[in-house]
Design a protein around this ligand. Sequence first.
Ligand code: ADP
Ligand code: ZN
Length: 754
Amino acid sequence: MVILAIAVPVPLRKTFYYTHTKPLALGVRVEVVFASRALVGVVVDCMDLLADIALEQHGEPSKFKPIGTVLDDVPIFSQSWLSLLHWLANYYQHPIGEVIQTALPNALRKAQSSQPIPISTIALVPSLAALNIQGNDITQTVPFINLKRAQRQFALACYVAAKTQDEDVDGVAKDEIKQHFSTSLINNLIRKEVLIESHQYLRSGCWHDQKGVEHFANISGLPANVEQSIAITGICAQLNQFGCFLIEGITGSGKTEVYLQVINKVLQQRQQVLILVPEIGLTPQTVSRFESRFGIQVGVLHSGLTDKERLTVWHQARLNHIGIVIGTRSAIFTPLPELGMIIIDEEHDDSFKQQDGLRYHARDLAIMLAQKQGIPIVLGTATPVLETLHRAMTGKFQHFKLEQRAGDAAVAPVHLIDICQQPLQFGLAPATLDVMQTHLSQGNQVLLFINRRGYAPAVVCSSCGHVEDCVACDKPMTYHKAQSRMVCHQCLAHVIAPHQCGACGATDLITQGIGTEQLEQGLGELFPQYSTIRIDSDSMRGKHTLSNTIEAINQRQHQILLGTQILAKGHHFSHVTCVVIMDVDGALFSADFRAPEKLAQLITQISGRAGRADKPGETFLQTTQPGHPLLQDLVNNGYGHFARFALHEREQATLPPFTYQVVLRAEDEIPQRAIQLLEFARHLLTNMKNISTLGPMPCLIEKKQTRHRYMLIIQSPYRDLRQKVLDAIIDDYAHYANKSRIRWSIDVDNIDFN
Ligand code: ADP
Ligand code: ZN
């Protein structure tokens, strides 16, 4: 008999003890009964029941329940991952059971086997496969198919024949065939013994056995320029050891080319590579760039996959059947036994930080993982966050700069357009309309950025001034004209658009402000001779819509592109020569000290979407604050200069990265209750040396879904001290908070104050 310590997915900061008849490997999943519910837990410790220490610690063994089914033969987590998960739980002050749950693919959170799922594959029966049926008279080779009635059957047989011959494989995945032919047709030919179905586990053998490593040695990339060469040589000289590299390279400077060339070296060492990208940046084009360079299958992980698709990539990675995994935040948890390098593209992107549950930052976890594995990690961006830049400038990260645009692009200068006292049409100043007209009449494309979806951010009664607010959030609801709806962008609640004022009943409702929908309509009126395309999360629903639209834009089917954040990520539009940024002044006056940094990143990222050497781009920023020092610095000196100056300011103000913060949040329908809970925390922290607190005060999003939201900011100049202090108070605080039934969270290294 043994005692097992099991991490169970419950919000309690400890593991729970169960017994079993024989020892189990750590990292194995088991079913347990917890508070009369069946849950899936993971073994994190195993003690011989007779060992003194177990008896001493746990007393009478009969008080522990036995576990239920053991779900895995082989541990799901390696020892090093288990210890990393313990680190995560400690660092982010999150219950270990929930941390482990976060790291599991969805499918394995249930009591499901972790055996690889068999894949159904289809091939021609051997007697037919020997013949070349393509182009032959099918009635001779397959006499029982009546040609007149069976064109689809013939097409299917030819499809399978062509696929297996071209790709030199034994069969084609049934799921793939189903995209072109119906299941009944496939089954029909199986019955007629034309096709044969078999169930295979994942393709066996390592990814590098198929082509051999020489294959990678023979791939040549683009001839690197001097800056690229310095980065490539620098990183490649330090493989097989921990090292953090920052590539600070303007958009289009060839960062991806640097990644490709260093990845090649890693693949030649038979090691796997993990690439993390922002949520919106993961397009088929990104993936195909890696696949076509290396000629191997790339595992792709993003939020649009089904649990089954996700699990398949998880298995392939774990069995070393794929050499490269590209994914968004949670792909960091992919098991890669031969991991040789991690790359974080667009490291400044906020989507790497999880904003609920376990509030981890995938970049920071990736750095820990790299350190544990003794491998290099490469961060790339045009606009490093100040935390990263600071580490690079103090020598913790090695720093490479790419300041020239590679290939055929030139950097777009930024100009300010003063919109004070200007007659705006759909939010556009006369000067803006002029430059747009100039670029359009030269046959080029114009990109407009506006950070507001919908038709208008508010609907107001012109009789009494009443604003239609979300009842749960006390914030104006956005009018979406196409759907005749009012939507709360905070809690996503929606109602039918009203015809009458909710307060006085008058019918003269007017909209205030401009959203993408209205701007699209306006551009149609202002520039009727050009085609406008709107790109926001409303217009880009559906799997392939965004990539199809980008394709259409690059083929110049549209001249005016209008959109939100989605436009700021990853895509390069070489026919765009004019970028207009609207309505970002709010960030200049935000209470969040990171707002200027984020604004500077946004402006720089959007400007970077445009231009080629023969068609250099220019960016116009509409503002009511043309004299604002931040804008002046950014316009005249660029992000790099701005960021270095901003770092200096942070140091003066003793803000991160020169100090370390934690935000405790509490939400309740009764504000006083939330405040009280945070006061309790503040009380626990009083008179602690080198720990300061700010608050309790309202979060920047003050009310959401009927709950009032408050925060307490905790700050210390020492990371270790902050950690120690959190360790010391968390149990008391969690106990008190859970008892009071107030919603609360802890956010270590928070990136905002929402
Ligand atoms: P980034 O990732 O920094 O935005 P990319 O790697 O995508 O930049 O490069 C931008 C463009 O320049 C791409 O079309 C790429 O093929 C091209 N490019 C990159 N490096 C070179 C090079 N050394 N020589 C010629 N073209 C290059
Ligand atoms: Zn709401």
